[in-house]
Write a protein that binds this ligand. Structure first.
Ligand code: FNR
Length: 378
């Protein structure tokens, strides 16, 4: 309504309300290197395409003549009631698309009461991001270092900065084969912006003879093997469990047996995700993994979903297939690229309005009532 009313006065939205057109606009604005870092996937891009194709195979079955004039998008995660079932996914190095980076994202998230998940690879230190987020909901995403002192230091600082849940990303213990970034010889983590958190961490600095500003190669040599090249194991999760008293969510689960192990390890949640097709080329679509995983463990822990969410209908489909809430990623990064905080707000408001309308038009009053019977697979 707001947009149509403004249109009567001759004003159009500054940016498209459609995720594909937003991506095109961001492509026009960004340099090719950062654009492709965001938009690109692993290998041939097969997994990234599969993520979208999987959404197209499920269709909503609209119901009529129901009382749906008042809709309820709220959901409760780990005892906290949220206005909508949408969170901002962890996205590192946001400084490569806009100078305000994570600070803009944190402000937009707080303004719209949408939780933000801050990446370990943030361009800006976690205390500053927390301050920008104010009394918003924030979770911390851990890229798990192979150095327990640095790990515990990150957890401790995150706790003190008001991050309530810990999201441990399992699928990116090393970076995948990403042809766009390889062809551009572009690794934003080594451009300076991505190093803020590990480089600013006291336990990380304690292992260096000189500060990074005086000896960058030594700092990078300490950083690389600590965050890259080797996976952790299920057994090691006990360190995190013992040192984080809030909820722990494992991100990157795509298999029922792994989901069961997450339950056994005392985890509170999982994100069914393939990292937006950025890690394993030729992997199954995240949405195709969701029904079986949610069916197996959905009553024992909180199942979240990402990889391919672009529209309100996508949110409905993921929730109907078993997710409690979804993470939005690339689209908000395009909003950030186009107009900083206002751009992220625009993307979030568009998605939430689309979700609200589509939910009602499909005949549902709340996201809580969505189930597989709302969908048909074609
Ligand atoms: C990511 N993602 C990500 N995930 C994570 O756990 N930590 C991180 O630092 C990042 N960084 C990151 C950067 C960029 C540029 C992108 C596009 C993605 C993955 C992200 O959280 C999410 O899983 C996927 O992006 C979901 O796929 P779609 O919906 O964006 O296609």
């Amino acid at each position: 309504n707001e947009i149509y009313l403004q249109g009567m006065g001759g004003t159009r939205p500054a940016f498209s309300t459609d995720a594909t057109r937003l991506e095109e606009a961001a492509r026009g604005k960004l340099e090719p290197e950062p654009f492709w870092y965001v938009a690109g996937g692993a290998g041939s891009g097969a997994t990234m395409r599969a993520n979208r194709e999987a959404f197209d195979r499920w269709r909503l079955v609209p119901r009529m003549l129901r009382e749906v004039s008042e809709r309820d998008l709220s959901t409760t995660l780990f005892g906290t009631r949220l206005a909508s079932p949408v969170l901002l996914a962890p996205v590192g190095v946001q400084g490569i698309v806009h100078p305000d980076g994570e600070l803009a994202t944190a402000r937009a998230a707080a303004a719209l009461d949408v939780p933000m998940i801050l990446s370990t690879a943030s361009s800006t230190g976690m205390a500053e991001v927390a301050e920008a987020n104010g009394d918003g909901h924030r979770w911390y995403q851990l890229y798990w270092p192979h150095d327990d002192e640095v790990t515990l230091s990150l957890l401790d600082r995150a706790k003190r900065a008001g991050f309530t849940a810990l999201v441990v990303t399992l699928d990116t213990w090393t970076l995948a084969w990403r042809p766009h970034d390889l062809d551009n010889a572009y690794l934003p983590f080594l451009k300076g912006t991505g190093l803020a958190i590990p480089f600013g961490d006291p336990a990380f600095l304690a292992g260096l003879a000189k500060p990074p500003a005086e000896d960058l190669p030594a700092a990078i040599l300490r950083w690389l093997p600590m965050f890259n090249g080797r996976s952790h194991t299920w057994e090691q999760l006990s360190l995190l469990r013992e040192n984080w008293d809030g909820p722990i969510v494992l991100k990157g689960i795509q298999d029922v047996a792994d989901a069961r192990r997450a339950v056994d390890a005392g985890m509170d949640g999982i994100v069914v995700s393939n990292h937006g097709g950025r890690q394993v080329d030729g992997a199954i679509a995240a949405l195709d993994a969701l029904p079986a995983v949610a069916g197996a463990v959905g009553d024992q822990l909180t199942v979240l979903f990402d990889s391919g969410i672009r529209t309100g209908a996508d949110v409905i489909k993921a929730i109907a297939l078993g997710a409690k809430a979804v993470l939005l990623a690339r689209p908000y990064v395009y909003g950030l690229a186009l107009d900083g905080e206002a751009g992220v707000r625009h993307v979030l408001r568009s998605l939430l309005a689309d979700l609200d309308l589509t939910l009602g038009l499909a005949g549902h009053r709340s996201v809580a009532e969505l189930g597989a019977d709302c969908l048909q697979r074609i």
